[in-house]
Design a protein around this ligand. Structure first.
Ligand SMILES: C[S@@+](CC[C@H](N)C(=O)[O-])C[C@H]1O[C@@H](n2cnc3c(N)ncnc32)[C@H](O)[C@@H]1O
Length: 275
């Protein structure tokens, strides 16, 4: 692999300052903010960052409990579909507390960078990776914005994003940016929640995500940000898998495949660039 041994350059020093803003509210996703389509709010980026700042301490616990432990299986599946061969350089965007980046490091990627715009999530990622030691401790967690990555064209073999594309303010701009930093032949792997195609499964899943999870998650996280009201609403109103695939083709990916997980509650989209 031509990129073996390369390490991507560091983030620009001004990225933190550029991304900070005024607080919107103690409850960024209160009922009024979720009344319409949260993806169309001009202040979505700020509300999302405040939400993740508020729930960072309980994010992993909530993931494990509310997915019945399946979330780590979904991430491992995404890593498998990315085919990280020896020497691969991986950028995991919207890495949050680092679970997908950690899975890539365990799969023997040469160099893994985890990037996120919420400092509190990155703090948890760094602490977790340091506790793991070995290859995982080598992951570099950096502050940055998915819409304006601080890396040169063609830097990475794999770009991944798990449960993040729904949270960025402008998904099509972010996808074009992922394409820019991938080398020819590189792969983009997107893991995201989806609406199950079966009406019965969708009904039961909707009851769980709209009426059970917001309560239990709020108790676990002692959250007042509205994160667990935003989650089902943001899934219902987001692009469906066909629209995500269309965005990849429009950005210049030549092949796109999709893999449905757990009765269609999640979908992994893999985009490949021509060599
Ligand atoms: C649901 S979490 C996913 C975390 C992790 N990928 C995982 O698998 O659990 C979404 C993450 O997206 C990050 N995020 C949202 N918009 C972003 C942006 N424009 N640039 C970088 N990170 C962003 C948030 O800070 C948050 O950590």
């Amino acid at each position: 692999m031509t990129s073996q041994g390369k390490t991507p350059s560091n983030p620009s020093p001004d990225s933190t300052t550029r991304l900070e803003g005024h607080r919107v509210s103690d409850s960024p996703w209160d009922k009024s903010a979720l009344h319409g389509n949260p993806h169309q709010r001009p202040d979505k980026a700020q509300r999302v960052r405040e939400m993740f700042t508020a729930i960072a301490h309980a994010y992993d616990l909530n993931n494990r409990v509310h997915s019945f432990g399946l979330d780590q299986f979904w991430r491992r599946r995404a890593v498998g579909l990315a085919h990280p061969v020896d020497g691969a350089l991986v950028l995991d965007v919207a890495c949050g507390t680092g679970d997908l980046a950690i899975s890539f490091a365990k799969a023997k990627a040469e160099s893994v960078v985890g990037l996120d715009y919420t400092p509190a999530m990155l703090d948890h990622a760094r602490a977790k990776a340091a506790r793991s030691g070995g290859r995982v401790a080598q992951i570099r967690f950096v502050h940055g914005d998915a819409h304006e990555l601080q890396y040169d064209d063609g830097t990475f073999d794999i770009v991944s994003i798990a449960f993040g594309i729904r949270n960025v303010a402008d998904p099509s701009k972010a996808i074009r940016e992922f394409k820019r930093v991938l080398r020819p032949g590189g792969r983009l792997v997107i893991l995201e929640f989806s609406q199950p195609p079966s009406r019965i499964v969708r009904f039961v899943h909707g009851l769980y995500t709209n009426h059970v999870m917001p309560w239990t998650a709020t108790i676990l996280a002692r959250d007042v940000s509205g994160a667990y009201r935003y989650l089902p609403r943001s899934v219902e109103t987001f692009l469906d898998p066909n629209q995500i695939a269309e965005q990849l083709f429009s950005a210049g990916f030549s092949k796109v495949s999709q893999h449905s997980l757990t009765m269609g509650t999640c979908v992994i989209t893999v985009g490949r660039l021509a060599n």
